[in-house]
Design a protein around this ligand. Sequence first.
Ligand SMILES: C[S@@+](CC[C@H](N)C(=O)[O-])C[C@H]1O[C@@H](n2cnc3c(N)ncnc32)[C@H](O)[C@@H]1O
Length: 494
Amino acid sequence: MIAPSRQAKIEYGDFQTPLDLAKLVCQKLGGLGVAPDVIIEPTCGIGAFIEAAAYQFSKTKTIIGIEVNETYLEEVRTRKSNFPAQERVTLKQENFFDFDWKGLLKENDGSVLVIGNFPWVTNSQQGMIGGTNLPDKANFQNHNGFDAMTGKSNFDISEWMLIQVGDWFQNRKGYLAMLCKTAVARKFLSHLHANKKGLFRSAVYGIDAKKHFGASVEACLLFCEFDGASHNYDYDVYESLEATEHNRVGHRRGMTIRDLDTFERLGNLFGTSEMKWRSGVKHDCSEVMELAERDRVLVNGAGEKVDIESTYVYPLLKGSDVANGRIKTTNRFVIVTQKIVGEPTNTIKHLAPKTWKYLESHAELLDNRKSRIYQDNPRFSIFGVGGYSFAPYKIAICGLYKKLEFSLVGEIKNKPVMFDDTVYFLSFDTEEEARKTLYFLLTQSVKDFFSSMIFWDEKRPIKTSILNSLNLQKPQTAQVLRLFEKKPRTRARK
Ligand SMILES: C[S@@+](CC[C@H](N)C(=O)[O-])C[C@H]1O[C@@H](n2cnc3c(N)ncnc32)[C@H](O)[C@@H]1O
């Protein structure tokens, strides 16, 4: 059981900003030329930003703090008398999700600065603790049915709040300065771009979340300026509030580019190929479908001995195996019930009766797999399978690791290797073909090209959309190969 105080901290995403950091942020805004008529702190907590803003922005007419927790507001009220021109400060106990923000904005003329640090909590964390501090479900944006079905639908409440704030500025001049996860800032800025919302300029400044909040997360100050007319979506990313060096991020060809300068320099590598990067097998039931060989006996995830035909059993490499170069042998196996997605599975009954019996005897687990994709497909179905899965040679990379390292994987025990769904791979019929492509992938240009699109702070930084944006067509490969043959390299690293 979670202690009630801890439960509330999670539910309200409660990480109060230290006053020192709030002051640094406000000084930074001053340096950026921010001079608002009105300041709004929409979830003000114990008021670090109200206090810092009162000192920094002497010309501001009104400072408004909204917060759901009355005890926190009491705390601000007791300190308020020391703030410069404290009569400008209004505090209100309100819930962000119900409050009439448009009404408040109408009542207050002039340019607005929305500043603060929204709750640090995701909808799935709320789900786990039975929390209700969420917007109305119908209001969650852009989470389509497929995502929800496969359980990917997890988002930060702060992202949702930022999107609301972005809308306040569509007919209004002003600024947004919010501490948040770097990934949330990126998603919000992508949202503005994708929905063609107005934006004059924006930037992201890294902050040390461990130092200021004791949280192990990449966090930042997100800064946006809105002028009611411009649509500028490229933004600068700085490592810290003090940093002067930065890289330019932007949206090109349907992708978010981390380093526009490098991407533009290597733009000739962008393109489509017949060959596609695929992800490994998805079965959502490792207890039954994954087997380990111990003393020449196969054992499933529940520790039971499994005596089945080898027909549907393939060697398995996990993402961690691929990332750590354990690719020559394996004692793990996976039952691959189909050669292509949707293929009828009842033939297994005749071709491999022991396998069918094994699957049937574990049908309760398999039939109850949560994702709806299994319900609409033949019994014991798997996903992430096709002709490509059975090719003898593969170039593989794990999407979860923070390194750009490709491995050439051949057959193990005379059978094509399968990967779990954290691995991306290309398939080849011959080793020679695979090696040629590997050499190309190991060139510095390709490494730089991929790196220009990878955000290393993401949980799965390497994605098929990035890998598939490299033109793998043969002429280009051959061209690079000629250069490469003169100067061989080993493995590419980040
Ligand atoms: C990450 S803390 C930051 C507090 C303050 N903005 C700061 O920078 O110190 C998030 C704050 O949001 C408040 N909060 C959470 N849910 C809220 C809601 N639905 N409406 C208003 N405030 C909320 C919490 O009580 C907490 O004070």
